[in-house]
Design a protein. Structure first.
Length: 236
């Protein structure tokens, strides 16, 4: 509750936390996303039309993510999870594994992960190789229908029931590096507020929805997040 030490913290992270590790956001000028039509590479319909193009796109993203390194913001959140006397859950919109490599363990990927592969025919899942081939057979059923285990536009994000339960129990909700404009992630702060949680935004620029957060810290994640973690751990 506002004014009290939070016991349960839920943290939502978006592309802004990984941008300083060299992974572009949707809005980056000349970034990877600007060179592709998202309806062709990030929708089930695009995959049905041209699976090879979709795999080329995600192979490039996977290689980029594998070559990236966690930054100070990722490390600070892992430190918060390890040292906080209560519970810390990170819910990420990102499909990279930088949180895991920094040491976070209580983590939910609501949009899937580049490290995973999924069969569109039988729903079998397995670790993705560095490069996936549209003609490769599924190791479960043998069908040549493999795809990245990524939530595309028009699909339902993962773990929504678990996220809703965590928000209901949260004392503090923190949004880091996300525009807060794309649903359902954009609605998480409203759910947290409705449950009585204090809300904090850490971002380069404040949300376009005024008054939705109780407190806003403006600045790059690699500086602002470690400072915030230092402050909250000092008071615990």
């Amino acid at each position: 509750m506002p004014g009290l030490k939070p016991e349960r913290i839920v943290i939502l992270t978006g592309a802004g936390i990984s941008a300083e590790s060299g992974l572009g956001t949707f809005r980056d000028k000349d970034g990877l996303w600007t060179r592709y039509d998202l309806t062709e590479v990030a929708t089930p319909e695009g995959f049905a039309r041209n699976p090879a193009l979709v795999h080329d796109f995600y192979n490039a993203r996977r290689a980029n993510a594998l070559d990236a390194r966690p930054n100070a913001a990722h490390s600070a959140l892992a430190r918060l999870e390890a040292d906080w006397p209560g519970e810390v859950l990170v819910v990420t919109q990102n499909v990279d594994d930088l949180h895991e490599r920094a040491g976070s363990r209580n983590l939910l990927h609501m949009h899937g992960a580049l490290s995973g592969a999924l069969c569109a025919a039988c729903d079998h899942r397995w670790p993705a190789p560095r490069e996936m081939d549209a003609d490769a057979p599924c190791p479960g059923c043998g069908a040549p229908r493999i795809r990245p285990d990524i939530v595309w536009f028009g699909e339902i994000p993962y773990h929504m029931d678990a996220i809703a339960e965590a928000l209901f129990q949260a004392d503090l909700f923190v949004s880091i590096g996300t525009s807060g404009e794309v649903y359902p992630a954009a609605g998480l702060v409203q759910e947290a507020r409705a449950a009585g949680a204090e809300t904090l935004e850490i971002n380069l620029e404040p949300s376009r929805v005024p008054g939705i957060f109780d407190r806003v810290i403006a600045g790059p994640a690699s500086a602002a997040v470690p400072d915030w973690v230092d402050d909250i751990l000092t008071g615990c």
